[in-house]
Design a protein around this ligand. Structure first.
Ligand code: F6P
Length: 358
């Protein structure tokens, strides 16, 4: 019987706070529970395809709990056309399987979002032992209440809104803050509620700019005089929502589209107020994880190590209520988790008078 387990770890897709805390959680629990060697694969699946990796030392998992980003590097390779053999003539799936076998891995732990989970599921179906960990500031992975990274990004986005709030009030301006999230509005919804926004615009609820203009006008004429609008990167008005996805994406790419600049411009034209937009961008994904995310990442990492010990593969770790559990990769891969338009948090926001432009 083979005693020593060889574990490969990679981080893939957009980075987020908590990745290093999760890597540390997996490693520390694995070292505690069984004899193991850990291989760090560089830049996500790119490293697995190209055989780019490091045999990790135990000391490399020390001192990284609070560190932002990922010590392993990340990339968005190779989600699109994964099965297609490109100009380089590389069969990516075959290359990943080859590296896994050459490294004599017992298991591969993949930390990532929706794209990462799709590839993880594919590798699992090809017979590799894979365990996923759900990370993303977008919180849009099916089957888990929260992903790690989300709460930190929410804290940062909320602080941005708070800081904009005071200057908006001083100048009586309409400030439109663009929150990350192209397909899912969770971050905009939570930070909008936490930051006391007057209007929240998310991709899942197409807006009518006239409805937003009414709020801005009413507030401009009241003794408040200012308006705070939290708009998701991927929010769209009702006209845009009717467009085919391909046409919408082409339009946004050709115009270097910014949802906040667009909304601010429409409000200047329609209401005549001084409307400015702010794009905090990758600040929302950078830096040290919050205490909540450090704990969640550690819990997820430890659960992954327990699954390795128990030889439970083809799954991804999840939070359901207060319980750390796991779902089949096949049930999660390719399934998104958008904000349901009738979600309780949307209702809560509406109940305190926040406008969604619908
Ligand atoms: O998935 C996380 C995320 O930050 C999204 O909110 C955002 O739309 C996207 O990544 C940006 O990706 P990139 O950093 O590759 O531009």
């Amino acid at each position: 019987m083979k005693m020593k387990k060889r574990i490969g770890i990679l981080t893939s897709g957009g980075d987020c706070p908590g990745l290093n805390a999760a890597i540390r959680g997996v490693a520390r629990a694995a070292y505690e529970m069984f004899d193991c060697e850990i291989v760090g694969i560089h830049d996500g699946y790119r490293g697995l395809i190209e055989g780019d990796y490091t045999e990790m030392k135990r000391s490399q998992f020390s001192g990284i709990l609070t560190l932002g980003g990922t010590i392993l590097g990340t990339s968005r390779t190779p989600f699109r056309d994964m099965r297609k053999i490109g100009d380089d003539n590389v069969d990516k799936v075959a290359a990943m399987i080859k590296t896994y076998k050459e490294l004599k891995l017992d298991c591969l732990v993949t930390l990532g979002g929706n794209g990462t989970h799709k590839t993880a599921n594919l590798l699992s179906q090809e017979g590799l032992n894979v365990i996923g960990l759900p990370k993303t500031i977008d919180n849009d992975i099916y089957g888990t209440d929260f992903t790690f990274g989300f709460h930190t990004a929410n804290d940062i986005a909320t602080e941005v809104i708070d800081r904009i709030h005071s200057t908006a009030a001083s100048h009586g301006r309409c400030m439109v803050i663009e929150i990350m999230g192209n397909k899912a509005g969770w971050l905009t919804l939570y930070s909008g509620v936490a930051g006391g926004a007057d209007v929240i615009l998310i991709p899942e609820i197409p807006y009518n700019i006239e409805k937003v203009a009414e709020v801005v006008k009413r507030r401009a004429e009241s003794n408040k005089g200012f308006t705070i609008i939290a708009v998701a990167e991927g929010a769209m008005d009702k006209e845009e929502a009717k467009m085919k996805k391909k046409d919408r994406e082409a339009r946004r790419a050709s115009e270097h589209f910014s949802s906040s600049a667009y909304v601010a411009q429409l409000l200047r034209e329609q209401v005549g107020v001084e409307a400015r937009n702010v794009v905090p961008g990758h600040i929302q994904r950078g830096g040290t994880p919050s205490a909540y995310d450090r704990v969640l990442s550690t819990e997820f990492g430890v659960h992954a190590a327990q699954l390795i010990r128990d030889r439970v593969f083809g799954v991804t770790v999840a939070l359901k209520g207060n319980e750390i559990t796991h779902n089949r990769l096949s049930e999660v891969a390719g399934v998104a988790k958008p904000v349901p338009p009738n979600h309780q948090m949307v209702q809560t926001a509406k109940n305190i008078g926040i406008c969604f432009g619908d």
